[in-house]
Design a protein around this ligand. Structure first.
Ligand code: FES
Length: 120
């Protein structure tokens, strides 16, 4: 039994079927993903772990990966040049041509200076 499980773990290439390659713009960089993946999957696979910031500048990223915690929010425009809106990256399917902004702080507290990834 153990041998069978070990062999299954090794032989993943024949069982993984990925969608067609897609390209997203993430903070002005091109990032490749695959159809069927979420925005969070594409970002994490690209090594991006900071998705937004708290009002005092602490980095936030995916925690639950099932739409409950809202820690994975990013700004997303369906295509370049369109308005961005906040989405939960773990719940939003990645699409070719999307424009994603990470590192932005969603909450603005009165009287507090914003520190975001873009400001540093
Ligand atoms: S990681 Fe928790 S809502 Fe996306």
């Amino acid at each position: 039994m153990l041998l069978w499980v070990t062999d299954m773990a090794r032989d993943t290439s024949s069982r993984i079927r990925r969608g067609q390659a897609i390209t997203l713009k993430v903070d002005d960089n091109e990032v490749t993903g695959f159809e069927g993946e979420t925005i969070a999957t594409v970002l994490l696979a690209a090594g991006i772990t900071t998705f937004n910031h708290t009002p005092d500048g602490r980095p936030r990223g995916p925690y639950c990966n099932m739409g409950t915690c809202f820690e994975c929010q990013v700004k997303m425009a369906p295509n370049a040049g369109q308005d961005h809106r906040w989405v939960r990256a773990c719940m939003a399917p990645a699409r070719d041509g999307m424009d994603i902004q990470t590192g932005v702080s969603r909450v603005r507290l009165p009287g507090r200076e914003m520190k975001t990834g873009r400001d540093r």
